[in-house]
Design a protein. Structure first.
Length: 99
């Protein structure tokens, strides 16, 4: 039973991490930011992610602007979080950063 649960979690994570076909979105800026965030996690090794976490830099002006925009628009923020959650959680799981 435990192995079946683990298999289900892995299958769900793989489905969430699968590339989504291009669609017209009401949040093209959020799509662009999400694509960069997802690419960072998918193209980085576990060691690189751990090192980046330790050497956390303050956000750039562009990042600050994007964060402010996400904070000011709850619907866009929810859209963005839903888009990046699967790929990031999957990578963190692979790297042993979450159980």
């Amino acid at each position: 039973m435990k192995n079946a649960s683990i298999g289900l979690v892995i299958a769900i994570a793989a489905t969430l991490a699968a590339p989504v076909q291009a669609q017209s979105s009401q949040y093209p800026v959020a799509d662009q930011i999400a694509a960069k965030v997802i690419a960072k996690y998918q193209n980085s090794s576990c060691q690189q992610l751990a090192q980046q976490k330790q050497q956390q830099q303050p956000p750039s002006r562009v990042e600050q602007k994007a964060i402010a925009e996400l904070k000011s628009d709850p619907q866009m923020r929810a859209y963005f979080i839903n888009k990046i959650a699967g790929p990031i959680a999957n990578k963190m799981f692979e790297c042993g950063m979450i159980p």
